[in-house]
Design a protein around this ligand. Sequence first.
Ligand SMILES: [Zn+2]
Length: 284
Amino acid sequence: MEKDATQIPTSPLLVFDLECPICFNVKIKNYALKAKTLPSRPNVFEVPVYEESPKFSHVDFNELTQTVCYHCFYTGSKKSDFNYVDPHTQSRSYSEANKKIIEHWQKNPKEIENVLMDCFINASSFTHPRTSEGVIASYKLAIYKAGLEILYKIPYGNFKRAKLYIKLYYLHNMYYKNFNKEYLIKAAEDLEEVFRTSDFPEKSYEFEVCYLLVAINTRLGEDGKAGSYIKALDQSKGELAGKAKDNPNINLQDINKWLSKAKNLWQSRTDPEVWKLEKPLNLF
Ligand SMILES: [Zn+2]
């Protein structure tokens, strides 16, 4: 068991206290899911769906991935976005967030408040268990921050924001039981930009991006676009297979996985079970 975290009995969560790098609020709660607690399976849009476990209380960890300062609404997905004192060594760590983002956050409190215009939140909205309003607010803030990263040309901003829009779509759907097309459209726009500029954290993400564009466009009824990204995956496979003939280190496992997932999804697209976000089907 890790010593540098507080453990809540039967909870699969680790809780850390962090300090805000903007307003120095020291009462920010950050949550992490302990390893080997709740099993998860990806749904059709690659959002992990957490299953029940007899040993641990159930949480949907998607609700807790964003850590938020309830004073200035600074948001981060990593501990290293914040300042903190390691309870084990007492050494102090300072936020590794990009300076331009920190500066923007300090200088634009009104702009940030506007992000939360329609959200009903208070100081306890960002602790566990979070209200649906708190969860939605945390994603709106994270999306706003990813937008700043795009503005300041920090790599992978569009990829990050697309993933956030997809999760917001999933959570919105779970809370309000309606099909919020707008978030999927925004995710697709970001993913198209990622594909166009090859702005991937790693080459292997290219296949996931293509798969997600197949899934989203199929859901939106954009069959032509979905087909073009299946074709892109097919083409990548052809190119890789060609290279693999001369280079035994090239592995086709990844591309095969995403291509077969995309094709299986396409073939079963009229089955409503495929689109149930909280009950993932195995598409491989
Ligand atoms: Zn703050």
